[in-house]
Design a protein around this ligand. Sequence first.
Ligand code: CNA
Length: 410
Amino acid sequence: MNRSRSSQPPVTRMTRSAGSRHIEPSEKLDCGPGPYGKQRRKQTDSALAQDLSQMRVSGQGGLNTSPSASAVKSSSRGGLASVARLVKLGRCKNVVVVAGAGISTASGIPDFRTPGTGLYANLERYNIPYPEAIFNIDYFSNDPQPFFSLAKALYPGSHRPNYIHYFIRMLHRNGLLLRVYTQNIDGLEKLCGIPDDKLVEAHGSFATAACHLCYTAYPAEEAKQAIMNDKVPLCTFCAATVKPDVVFFGEDLPQKYFLNTQDFPKADLLIIMGTSLQIEPFASLVNTVRSTVPRLLLNRHAVGPFQKVPLRRADHMELGDLEETVRRFAEMLGWNDDIEELMRSQETLILPTLMSSPLSVSDQTSCQSRGSPDGTETSRAVGQRAAGSGSEETDSETDSKSSASSSQST
Ligand code: CNA
């Protein structure tokens, strides 16, 4: 998917801090015992130290612990209510959503950077020397097992979409969604029924697979079966390892990503949700809307341009637990009942997919909490009960339904 030719130059995934550093084949890292990781350790120490120091820089940005962060927090201007008023006045008809791993934590999938529960804090189970190795293409080439362990847990079918995903779908249902750009690879946007033409999975997905060396396509379902059974899928052409078309650091983003050049100038509201804005080029997208366009950040911490004081005039942010914030936003818009109904009907549709689910990330990650930080019930639990209620399907979005059911086979 990221190899197709077009007039657009390729754009490569990288972290803000570590992206410019390439790991040479001679630097590949020893990951301990196992068929791939025997030879190399000595030469990696300085590279590892460099990566770890870079990761600390990333972490500080993402966690936002600096004094200026609290200043920014206090400069938030009742963002939700202002933006809800604009939406109700009909001023926002081309809404672009930019999303990250934080929209899926309520579904039980850890993000990268949240202390304690994030994948970066729970690396021992993946046996990798530094966090980003799990999505490093050179590391994968040498040892695919860490990524395959994570992939087993992330393959669509393990987790349910939560209230936040359905809020985005409700934007579409109400004719307001221009596009959602997600960094997530969990497929939950599709599973909740957001149609393909409204969705850009900027970091790829598990829906297709190919050889990581010669890019020969490989049946996605066969790749999944091999990975689920702890086997390595091999290219029928060159015998190198096959990988799902998730975009690794150093790989090109999918062509669909270039829709951003049309969408962002056209946007009349940008909603940024659950991302630390640490991965480029995705992070810089938020700076490409017109300066008068309202940007609403919904996250636990101020990130990216929202860390600067004072905020841009049209910028708003609401900091705290995302699911709780989105519920309040939906209440203000008068959408809550419709979203609850949508969740119930879609859960009935996707239940067969979920029942055949393999091990989830939260099962794998012992530190992952299943409820919200304040101990209240998450939409995951609500969704589980709703799925059992067997309510009638009432949604009229037939395109969304076919999108959701097609994703069940992936
Ligand atoms: P990240 O760097 O881990 O940042 C997540 C952000 O969301 C942080 O700022 C958190 O504070 C915030 N957050 C997490 N949970 C909540 C919550 N409940 N309420 C409010 N805020 C919350 O992840 P990004 O998405 O920014 O990084 C991009 C990477 C992560 C992408 O390339 C993904 O492929 C990768 N990733 C994806 C998944 C997934 O598909 N679900 C999971 C883990 C990592």
